[in-house]
Design a binder for this molecule. Structure first.
Ligand SMILES: [Mg+2]
Length: 193
């Protein structure tokens, strides 16, 4: 009998699991990082449902000379330590240091999601990309996964573009999206499919 491949959730960082910095500013140190309310619990619920978790984040602060690769990795190591205590750690963390819109990894291009699909052996029909901006939705669509827009505090200025990008569902926060994601990623592979 053929084993159904696993589903997964790709998540943006700032504005999705962590508080987004003001426009033009960047979170480059763990001391500046704050999880959004309910985000850790939401990740733990997704993981408990058997879903792989991958962070996919644009970190152009590196290309801008505002942080080093090591500094961004240190933030992510601290994020992982905090999540591990809650049984909610990411299976993979991908970041794009680039500012180049042609860079295949920089969202809205789907390179990071494609790598996650391959490295984690996921079924893209059972995967969801969650983010708070139009480029997250565009990256998910380009990778052929379902998309969830979380509006949060960016609602006012991103909503119009994000709507135009056409997410499959829209919620205020990641926590509000968990039930939808679990349903959407539930096994749909029939015998012999
Ligand atoms: Mg974001």
């Amino acid at each position: 009998m053929r084993q159904a491949r696993r589903g997964g959730v790709f998540l943006d960082r700032d504005g999705t699991i962590g508080v987004a910095p003001p426009p033009g500013e960047f979170v480059t140190r763990w001391e500046e990082f704050r999880f959004l309310p309910g985000a850790i619990d939401a990740l733990a619920r997704l993981k408990a449902a058997g879903l792989a978790l991958a962070l996919v984040t644009n970190q152009s602060c590196i290309a801008r000379g505002l942080a080093s690769v090591a500094e961004v990795e240190a933030v992510h190591e601290a994020v992982q330590r905090a999540l591990r205590r809650a049984g909610a750690a990411f299976d993979r963390i991908y970041f794009s240091p680039s500012l180049d819109p042609e860079d295949p990894d920089r969202k809205p291009r789907p390179g990071m999601i494609e790598r996650g699909l391959a490295e984690l052996g996921l079924d893209r029909r059972r995967c969801v990309m969650v983010g708070d901006s139009a480029r997250d939705v565009e990256a998910g669509r380009a990778a052929g996964v379902a998309t969830v827009l979380v509006t949060g505090e960016t609602y006012a200025h991103e909503m119009e573009r994000a709507r135009a990008a056409g997410s499959d569902a829209t919620f205020l926060t990641l926590a509000d999206a968990v039930d939808w994601i679990i349903e959407r990623t539930a096994g749909r592979v029939e015998n012999g499919a």
